[in-house]
Ligand binder design. Structure first.
Ligand SMILES: CC(C)(COP(=O)(O)OP(=O)(O)OC[C@H]1O[C@@H](n2cnc3c(N)ncnc32)[C@H](O)[C@@H]1OP(=O)(O)O)[C@@H](O)C(=O)NCCC(=O)NCCS
Length: 248
């Protein structure tokens, strides 16, 4: 199913990422076979192996597109051919760029849901992004009671409208925060509270017991388009967030 995209502007010709900024790119993962083929040639042997492990062709193609576009986007900032980028992986699987002398110290994160991908790029600051398809089938908050912290459950209970959408929004805020820290779901979703960011962008402390620096995180929602919710988390104070549509 292809995504109906709300207008995110196209990027300017010349891209300058300043230390206080975050750039968020939205891209469609619905592409033709020749486009998939072209991007697959830019992937590393490890990425090709991962792509081959997908059982469904559609999942394989989305993985190739998501990684291929990641390489193209980062290559634009680094002024490097996409195939030359080298990634490494953190202890919980967060990808990062291998150090390249003389190039900007980019940090990035990506998320995909069906045919939509979001990429967040910063200079030197950890970043996490999450996009999810809204589930309107969600009818009770037992899942939130089981996994979220009490203030979030209270905030969700107070929602008079679509609780499925509110749950999805809270979920993306929590996942973006986890991804910025480079943690996985096993970290524990009840160890931190994002309820303040359900209303407006919020600056939140690191979770109790998380001891790897970064005392504060900026967490906010994004508007990726109809039927989707998304969130962004950045180490420190967010500064300017620019959102662009990947043009190709
Ligand atoms: C990170 C995580 C919460 C994302 O889940 P998700 O909603 O299914 O996926 P999203 O589409 O939002 O994000 C996936 C992308 O996030 C990135 N990612 C993977 N692990 C990450 C982590 N720990 N932190 C931040 N980003 C991560 C990857 O780029 C991944 O895309 P790719 O697989 O195509 O490269 C989930 O995969 C998780 O809990 N991972 C941890 C697993 C773990 O602890 N592994 C340990 C051994 S490696």
């Amino acid at each position: 199913m292809s995504v109906r995209l709300a207008p995110w502007p196209l990027p300017p010709q010349s891209l300058a990422l300043r230390p206080a900024e975050v750039h968020v790119w939205r891209a469609s993962l619905a592409a033709t076979a020749p486009e998939v083929e072209t991007l697959s040639k830019t992937l590393s042997p490890d990425e090709v192996r991962r792509a081959e492990r997908f059982y469904a062709r559609s999942d394989r193609d989305r993985f190739i597109l998501a990684r291929g576009l990641l390489r193209k986007i980062l290559g634009r900032y680094l002024d490097m051919p996409p195939a030359q980028l080298e990634f490494r992986s953190g202890p919980n699987g967060k990808p990062d760029l291998a150090a390249s002398r003389g190039r900007p110290a980019l940090r990035f994160n990506l998320s995909h849901a069906q045919d939509l991908a979001l990429y967040a790029v910063t200079l030197r600051r950890e970043v996490g992004v999450d996009v999810e398809r809204v589930s309107h089938d969600f009818v009770d908050l037992r899942l939130a009671e089981r996994f979220f912290c009490p203030r979030e459950v209270l905030a969700l209970r107070a929602v008079s409208g679509d609780q499925g959408e509110a749950f999805s929004r809270c979920w993306t805020l929590k996942e973006a925060f986890l991804k910025a820290m480079g943690e996985g779901l096993a970290f524990g979703l009840d160890r931190f509270d994002v309820s303040a960011a359900l209303e407006s962008p919020a600056v939140l402390p690191s979770p109790a017991g998380w001891s790897r620096g970064a005392p504060r995180w900026s967490v906010q929602q994004l508007a990726p388009g109809p039927g989707y919710v998304a969130a962004l988390a950045i180490e420190g104070v967010a500064g300017r967030v620019e959102c662009w549509q990947w043009p190709e």
